[in-house]
Design a protein around this ligand. Structure first.
Ligand code: XUL
Length: 526
């Protein structure tokens, strides 16, 4: 009988599912549900609730729960053999937090399949909305925690990252400061990942070492809650946090809710979820140190596997636990595809094909023009006052601006990833814009490295399905090797390799210095 595993990805804009057949080494089902389109009554835009303050970005946790119902209903309707799934894991947009009151545990344990998840979860939240990773409203709290922990370098070496506005610790501190009563009534805090796994398990789920590291609360080298960081963040915090565990660790059988309602296999194991980036490390096959990936998603991220924990003294990059038990490094740039979309809108460019054609019609380095695309407050480098900045670039030059935005995104990645001390020998490219050959050529030239496209767009959900398989095998006494497990699922697309052009790479070596100077100048203005 085929061994089937389900991976879910609760991301900013959508909830996705990937079902794999481990023996056939095939993805047998993929499904995705866009929050804005499928659940318009939550009134989100790109999965985010509107807010007058541009720095505040929240999402509705009930929407994520309702999406889970809809996705399972859709899979059942599509004839996915849910009764044959052996284990489920998942991942979520990192850093987002869900605040539960003392009724949550009881409600989770007694989910009534005759009602919807939304009805079942009525009255369990201590805070209606969840701050998500796009939120940058906690600068004061970051400074307070960082100071108490002894500065950037120490905070980073202790928790894996400097304090960042989107990280859960500073967000919790802001909640405690601005709504102390609601904070006091919070019995449990979950991450998006652990909230979703709690629904599937029917009990409060652990947080994993990957997503847990995105909170500024976990001691990165020992993978334990850091007492000083907890103290620096908010009172009585330890009591509100679940235990930490490895992703894929079995929590128990899935909640009867999903068995009764969607005919899910009653013996299916529900396992600990992780963050979307740690899951992508697996889904992109980055099991060996030095293997890197660039994901061109809502945000652009640069990440890879690292065996020994090395942290960024300047505090721009992050270290998280990897599902393999090693570490992963990551740098996240908020102005990713949203910024590319803004340029497309600004110049009325029909579609991405046209955008790629315009880029290809221009020369590497675009005559030295630089465009800093901080449409939204940026994470790396830190920009709290959004704005775009052009240097030696004519605003009316449509093709030049299309090239310049992607060049700046890649130059910024190169500049701000130098601390990792990894000279990538190959890059796996993924995410929406990775389908565009002209953009990938810029990536290969700026990074001076081979770039390969990877087959699945849903690398995070695939990674989660592989984590489920790993957890299931481990629970049945096996010691699965990650490379063997992922073989066949994570191979790059044949003949997709793009090699750097020597001349162009030289141009970018020189342009990097100018980019850094322009960035410095623009930061003075921001
Ligand atoms: C990583 C980060 C983003 C989100 C996107 O630190 O904030 O990549 O995980 O979902």
């Amino acid at each position: 009988m085929a061994r089937l595993f389900l991976g879910l990805d609760s991301s900013t804009q959508s909830l996705s599912a990937v079902v794999i057949d481990l023996d056939a080494r095939k993805v047998v089902h993929e499904k995705s549900l866009n929050f804005d389109q499928a659940l318009p009554h939550y009134k989100t835009r790109n999965g985010v609730l509107p807010n007058r303050d541009p720095l505040v970005k929240h999402g509705p946790p009930l929407m994520w729960a309702e999406a889970l119902d809809l996705l399972f209903a859709g899979m059942k309707k599509d004839g996915v053999p849910l009764d044959k799934i052996l284990a489920i894991s998942g991942c979520g947009q990192q850093h987002g937090s869900v605040y539960l009151n003392d009724r949550a545990a009881g409600a989770l344990a007694n989910l009534d399949h005759k009602k919807s998840l939304v009805e079942n979860l009525h009255g369990i939240f201590a805070r209606k909305t969840s701050p998500i990773w796009m939120d940058s409203s906690t600068t004061a709290e970051c400074a307070e925690i960082r100071k108490k922990l002894g500065g950037i370098k120490y905070t980073a070496s202790r928790t894996g990252s400097d304090t960042f506005e989107r990280f859960t610790g500073p967000q919790i501190r802001k909640f405690h400061k601005t709504e102390p009563d609601a904070y006091d009534k919070t019995a449990g805090i979950a991450l998006v990942s652990s909230f979703m796994s709690s629904l599937l398990a029917g009990k409060i789920a652990p947080m994993d070492f990957g997503d847990g590291a995105g909170m500024n609360l976990m001691e990165i080298r020992h993978k334990l809650w850091d007492t000083d960081a907890l103290k620096a963040t908010a009172p009585n915090l330890k009591k509100k946090l679940p235990p930490l565990a490895a992703s894929g660790q079995v929590i128990g059988p899935v909640s009867a809710y999903f068995v009764n309602k969607y005919s899910l296999n009653p013996a299916a194991l529900s396992t600990v979820w992780t963050g979307d980036n740690p899951a992508s490390v697996i889904g992109l096959g980055l099991m060996k140190p030095g293997q890197t990936a660039i994901s061109l998603g809502t945000s652009d991220t640069f990440f890879g596997t690292m065996q020994k924990c090395l942290t960024d003294e300047n505090g721009e990059g992050h270290v998280f636990g990897s599902p393999t038990g090693d570490y992963m490094t990551l740098i996240c740039f908020k102005n990713g595809s949203l910024a590319r979309e803004k340029i497309r809108e600004l110049y009325g460019i029909r579609d991405w094909k046209e955008f790629g054609r315009l880029v290809a019609s221009t020369k590497p380095g675009g005559n030295g023009g630089i465009l800093l695309p901080w449409f939204e407050a940026e994470i790396v480098p830190r920009v709290n006052r959004p704005g775009i900045h052009r240097f030696d670039l004519d605003e009316k030059d449509v093709a030049g601006n299309c090239r310049a935005i992607f060049e700046a995104q890649m130059l910024s990645m190169r500049l701000h990833s130098q601390w990792m001390n990894v000279s990538p020998e190959k890059i796996h490219a993924t995410g929406g814009a990775s389908n565009d050959a002209a953009l990938l050529q810029i990536m290969a030239d700026v990074m001076n490295c081979r770039v390969m496209r990877i087959e699945v767009s849903k690398s995070a959900a695939l990674g989660a399905a592989l984590i489920a398989a790993h957890g299931w095998l481990a629970a049945t006494g096996k010691k699965p090797k990650w490379e063997n497990l992922a073989a066949g699922f994570t191979d790059p697309i044949p003949n997709s390799e793009i090699r750097p052009d020597k001349k162009a790479a030289k141009i970018y070596d020189n342009l990097l210095e100018k980019y850094a100077a322009c960035e410095g100048e623009a930061l003075q203005l921001s």
